[in-house]
Design a protein around this ligand. Structure first.
Ligand code: NAP
Length: 545
């Protein structure tokens, strides 16, 4: 762009604006820079790491094995050593600092810079992006690396604002921490975040009250310390193989679903196999299982029953057994994300822990001193932890006022149901991409595995456009409709709609309920993206001014 043009438009002018400095945003900054694009990152928080910056609640910890949950770039992994199989938030923050220094990223990141709106200027094929702190930037491309969990979901109980104690949502936990020592702590929600807070807080609090609606079908984490020596061994030969393997498996791990029916096994074979998966810890029991556990009620019931019996053995009180590991599954196993537990059930055995079953005694209101349930009991609290999750996937994007070629805000377009092509772009919002977002493998995939596939695709696409002098790329409405149909077709044989989860948007009141993840697995997804690119970006319209 000439100096005159720049003067006419005012503000900064760049090739790509990346929104969010988490796993995706940092990777894109690095890769796009290397490809010769001018790139800036706008980050709402005060530090890098995305969810790992924001989610600083007690006990926050990743649930992918350490060697999978990192960038595949050798320049990074060769000099980095992890200490635990499933690293905690502190270690992940240290990893991001290391990545930052190694790749010299921060010089192109603006912190405390929340993007509030973006409008596509059809006369110049550019996005005009504004921030809360009054900055405006014009960029040829917009990459929304806002992740799946950037829009917090608050419960709407009456009286929440009247609570006189300390109240925080897990994703907006104060960076300086909250001292829970000797306090009466209530945790509302038992998803991954709630479970982690519960495990971590129990030893120090005076009393813990757990407000559970649907039990978490948690799996044993299998946490252990990992040594430098074992990692050096892995680095010699296995790391490159693991990173290649990551993109060949359903969920971006180093293991994958078994392409047979669980029902083909004899009861003895099943028993041995389930014991083996259980003993491995992590998500083996879920994502190295026979694939028909996601489509056959009979197969699913087998893995549920095994899970229930294992968990019941860890609980001492029959009432707790019935509430935490019910006889009848609350939903098919694995159709809502299971969490990894270290000592969750042992904590719930403790005498200073009360489990409030919200299905039996729903919350009526939050009072100045605690939580009042339908049975008239007021649970007195000093601290209330809202572990109520997110308006996942779509919320991260639609909370920004993004207007495409016809001026419609994307939140309005997606209000009736999300519509994307390849889970990367949306028709009428040209030159805009969103890795690790809706209608991609996101919810069923190890983050770095998925976002590297998508980000590499984006960098290639932008390079192709530069070479061919295209200034605009837009998904066609037909390709978008076909992608939406494919998402639902892939999900149709599954049991997904039987759980009220964020996978299908059912956790947010009023959100259309339908599968919003690509359930065909990462290899199929990567193949479809590759086919579009190799065909000259099939399903997109490319043009120039
Ligand atoms: P979540 O899985 O959506 O869990 C939210 C919890 O809050 C559920 O137990 C839900 O109950 C409850 N809840 C929501 N609204 C409520 C209300 N009005 N009243 C009572 N209970 C309410 O959210 P999350 O735990 O934050 O986890 C979200 C995702 O983030 C995870 O699935 C995972 O992908 C990711 N995550 C990962 C890690 C990790 O890597 N270890 C840690 C945290 C989060 P119902 O079940 O009855 O709806």
């Amino acid at each position: 762009m000439s100096t005159n043009e720049k003067a006419n438009h005012g503000g900064e002018e760049i090739d790509v604006l990346v929104v969010g400095a988490g796993f995706s945003g940092l990777y894109q900054l690095h890769k796009l820079r290397k490809a010769g694009f001018s790139v800036k990152v706008f980050e709402a928080g005060k530090g890098i790491g995305g969810v790992w910056h924001w989610n600083c609640y007690p006990g926050a910890r990743v649930d992918s094995d350490y060697f999978l949950y990192q960038y595949s770039l050798e320049e990074l992994w060769k000099d980095w050593t992890w200490t635990e199989r499933f690293p905690d938030r502190q270690e992940l923050v240290a990893y991001f600092d290391y990545v930052d220094k190694k790749l010299d990223l921060s010089r192109d990141i603006s912190f405390d810079t929340r993007v509030t709106s973006a409008t596509f200027d059809t006369t110049a094929d550019r996005w005009v992006v504004s921030t809360q702190n009054g900055r405006t930037i014009r960029s040829r491309f917009l990459s929304l690396c806002t992740g799946l969990a950037a829009k917090t979901l608050f419960p709407d109980y009456p009286g929440l604002n009247s609570f006189k104690g300390v109240v925080h949502h897990t994703s907006l936990w104060p960076q300086g921490g909250v001292d829970l020592t000797g306090k009466r702590v209530g945790v509302l929600g038992t998803g991954s975040s709630g479970l982690q807070v519960i495990q971590e807080s129990d030893p120090i609090v005076a009393h813990l009250t757990v407000f559970q609606r649907i039990p978490n079908l948690a799996l044993p984490m299998g946490q252990r310390k990992v040594t430098e020596q074992e990692q050096n061994e892995l680095k010699k030969e296995l790391y490159p193989i693991i990173f290649r393997r990551r993109v060949q498996t359903f969920a971006g791990f180093h293991y994958t679903l078994v392409d047979r029916s669980l029902l083909d096994l004899t009861p003895e074979e099943r028993r041995l196999m389930l014991e083996d998966l259980w003993g491995r810890g992590g998500f083996y029991y879920w994502l190295a299982a026979h694939q028909d556990i996601f489509s056959s009620e009979e197969a699913n019931k087998i893995v549920y029953d095994f899970w229930r019996d294992k968990v019941r053995k860890r609980l001492t009180d029959p009432v707790m057994q019935a509430k935490l590991a019910p006889e009848v599954p609350p939903h098919p196993f694995g159709t809502k994300q299971p969490s990894l537990d270290r000592c969750y059930y042992e904590v719930l055995n403790q005498p200073n822990v009360t489990l409030v079953d919200l299905q039996e005694t729903p919350i009526v209101e939050i009072t100045p001193s605690g939580v009042k349930t339908k049975d008239g009991v007021e649970h007195a609290l000093d601290v209330l932890v809202l572990a109520t999750g997110f308006d996942a996937l779509t919320g991260s994007i639609s909370q920004i006022d993004i207007r495409g070629t016809d001026g419609t805000p994307i939140g309005e377009k997606w209000g009736k149901g999300v519509a994307t092509y390849l889970g990367l772009s949306s028709a009428g919002y040209p030159n805009m991409f969103f890795p690790y977002g809706p209608q991609a493998p996101t919810g069923f995939c190890n983050g770095p595995s998925c976002l590297e596939v998508q980000s590499d695709w984006i960098v290639e696409c932008l390079t192709y456009m530069r070479e061919h002098k295209h200034t605009r790329i837009d998904a066609t409405p037909a390709a978008e409709a076909a992608w939406g149909a494919r998402i639902q077709e892939l999900a149709a044989p599954g049991l997904w709609d039987r759980a009220k989860s964020w996978y299908v948007g059912a956790n947010v009141p009023g959100k259309p309920v339908a599968q919003i993840n690509f359930t065909g697995g990462l290899p199929m997804y990567a193949k479809l993206c590759r086919e579009s690119a190799e065909g000259g970006y099939v399903g997109f319209t490319l043009s120039h001014l």
